[in-house]
Design a protein around this ligand. Sequence first.
Ligand SMILES: [Fe+2]
Length: 225
Amino acid sequence: MTRTPLFDVPHKALRYAFSALLNRAATTDFSNLEDLEALNRQMSEVFELVKSHSHHEDDFCFEALDRIAPNATQHDRMEHIRLHHSLDDLQVHARNLIANVRMGQDEQLAGTGLYTALCELHAEMLQHMMEEERDTQPIFWQYMSDAEIMAFEPQIMAAMSPEMSALWLRYIVASQPMPKLTTMFQGIALHAPDFVLAANLSIAESVLPPQQYLRLKTSIHTKAA
Ligand SMILES: [Fe+2]
């Protein structure tokens, strides 16, 4: 029997977001202020996503599981704290580089250090998410029904600002296969006001290649008709 996956959508989005961030860092000219500021902005955005996801896990999913299976999520919770410290350290690193380049210093070597540190953190993030999927997910399945697992999503959505929801959607649209996106958007078309569907479609249009976006839009109207 196929069970409801708890981590699939946000983890795919985070893997996509972190890979895109690494590509940005790989092509950054660390002597160029504009390049550095663009990298710093993308780091802030991706780190914000990572932290929001960890808090959602801690405050909703893990909170509920720990009430049934005490300490089942202790390792994952500790990893969240450790990884968040690393994210903060990297952000300080990037801001220091920007300040130094503004003062005319050559930061190529320190920039290479930042890129390497981002790569290391990416590896740790991948390991952490894999542990949650491989070790923690089965405990959810053991103690909770699919209905209980699916009930986390509306709780998490309700806790997010519209800006954060829009940011998540950009990375979710970029990291999910078309059948899943179609189901997701058909659900929005059925249950949300028209202006919400229009705003979400506009995000999808900004992320997807034109042919893919057309496929998505057509599938929604086909279903509605
Ligand atoms: Fe996590």
